[in-house]
Ligand binder design. Structure first.
Ligand code: HEM
Length: 136
């Protein structure tokens, strides 16, 4: 298309975060969607909440149609300097020192609270049957 595309930092793009000036970062490109806010079938709020970050996942999660993507190209204003986008934090499972609950004292107490009455009941029934069979 001739000419170089402008490259924006995320900080620059993030300034355009309100309904009178709204820019989005999707798949490495920057889009000025201000004029589209009122027409967006998904509403303006979702667009505004996708500002100031890489909105690629938000955009993809909706499963936008090809025509939505074509429309989007009309709002292209430049590219994002990807080094300014924070990398995603990898999910790490919380380290649990005590994830074998079965051995925790609380579990044993709970187990005892359940087993002791059961044991007493069993004993009572046993004695009753035993004494009954003796007297018969
Ligand atoms: C330039 C960017 C965007 C364009 C041109 C665009 C365009 C469209 C279009 C045409 C539709 C109708 C369905 C379809 O054809 O796929 C739609 C639906 C929708 N969009 Fe976007 N969209 C953009 C960005 C976003 C972003 C960043 C989000 C989320 C943060 C979003 C959320 C939604 C939702 C939730 C719907 C579904 C509405 C419904 O079916 O009830 N859109 N969008």
């Amino acid at each position: 298309m001739g000419g170089e595309s402008k490259v924006f930092t995320l900080a620059e793009v993030s300034e355009h975060n309100h309904h009178k000036d709204c820019w989005l970062v999707i798949e490495g490109k920057v889009y000025d969607v201000t004029s589209y806010l009122a027409d967006h079938p998904g509403g303006d709020q979702v667009m505004l909440s996708a500002t100031g970050k890489d909105a690629t996942d938000d955009f993809e999660d909706v499963g936008h149609s090809t025509s939505a993507r074509t429309t989007m190209e009309g709002f292209y204003v430049g590219n994002i300097d990807i080094s300014t986008i924070p990398t995603k934090v990898e999910f790490t499972a919380p380290k649990q020192a005590n994830n074998s609950q079965d051995k925790s004292p609380e579990f044993i107490i709970k187990l005892l609270k359940f087993l002791v009455p059961l044991l007493i009941l069993g004993l009572a029934v046993g004695i009753r049957f035993y004494t009954k069979s003796l007297s018969a």
